[in-house]
Ligand binder design. Structure first.
Ligand SMILES: [Fe+2]
Length: 280
């Protein structure tokens, strides 16, 4: 057991994000250090650890300190352990090694289409393209705060249909047969259980319908919320280095991926911990 360390937390942008230095995540960290990391996550939403060298087992062990490790119900790719998802464009004998292979990916929150979404995601950068494939994080507290008052009042208490599937840069069809698609209705405005702050819980990729409005009006509101939630001043863009472990809080941030060259490998390994049912 490593004794309590004074970790150093350095903000990465005015929107969100902080780098935590002074830790080797292979070590068996004490509870006070885990508490400091959790506090930093609550304050900064996204935390970055540089220059880590983590085996699957070590990544899993660190993840498990923050809650019940999430398992994927719909495992894709050759890597079949549901506690890990490989996010990669690498193929083996023509078969995808993991999920969400190439190109740009729209803003979303991991597991938003489940009744109980993931609380934190832990993404480890292993092999990266020479350019692009950055992860953009959006601060959804700030998006909530920026809502025009009239819109805030109009949408208070409404639920939004969050729809899964394997889309990467395409909105879900609000008229789709939901019996075949993972989906959940969640409050559009949520209260973060740890910070008590109000957040927008909405993304361009997963949010397809707002209750209480006809389709046309719902679509117009969705466009407005998508644009608002992606304003540049709410965003930190992470440029990956191999050995980065980035942890984020899915309850108050969306993330998106910028394009990268198809012919170059990108390999990331993700774990999650379970959260709670979002509440207003
Ligand atoms: Fe994601």
């Amino acid at each position: 057991m490593v004794d309590t360390l004074a970790i150093s937390v350095t903000p990465l942008s005015s929107a969100l994000g902080a780098e935590i230095s002074g830790l080797d995540l292979r070590e068996d960290l004490d509870q006070s250090t885990i508490g400091q990391i959790t506090d930093a996550l609550h304050e900064h939403i996204v935390v970055v650890f540089r220059d880590q060298d983590l085996s699957e087992e070590q990544q899993l062990r660190f993840t498990s300190r923050f809650g019940e490790v999430g398992t994927r119900k719909r495992s894709t790719g050759l890597h079949s352990d549901g506690r890990f998802m490989l996010v990669t464009n690498i193929t083996v004998d023509g078969e995808p090694l993991g999920s969400y292979g190439d190109g740009e990916m729209w803003f979303h929150s991991d597991g938003a289409y489940d009744e109980v979404p993931y609380r934190f995601s832990f993404l480890y950068g292993m092999e990266l393209p020479s350019s692009g494939g950055n992860t953009r994080f959006a601060n959804l507290y700030r998006a909530y705060d920026a809502l025009p008052q009239a819109l805030k009042e109009k949408l208070a208490g409404r639920k939004v249909l969050q729809m899964g599937g394997s889309r990467r840069r395409e909105k879900g069809d609000p008229n789709a047969d939901l019996s075949k698609i993972p989906h959940a209705w969640h409050p559009l405005f949520t209260t973060h259980p740890a910070t008590g702050k109000k957040s927008l819980y909405f993304s361009r990729m997963h949010s397809v319908r707002i209750e209480g409005f006809d389709l046309e009006e719902s679509e117009a509101i969705i466009e407005e919320l998508a644009d608002l939630s992606e304003r540049p001043e709410f965003i930190y863009e992470h440029v990956w280095r191999p050995g980065d472990l980035v942890v984020w809080d899915n309850r108050c941030t969306n993330h998106a991926r910028t394009p990268f060259p198809d012919e170059e490998n990108r390999l990331m390994r993700r774990c999650t911990v379970m959260g709670e049912k979002p509440t207003e």
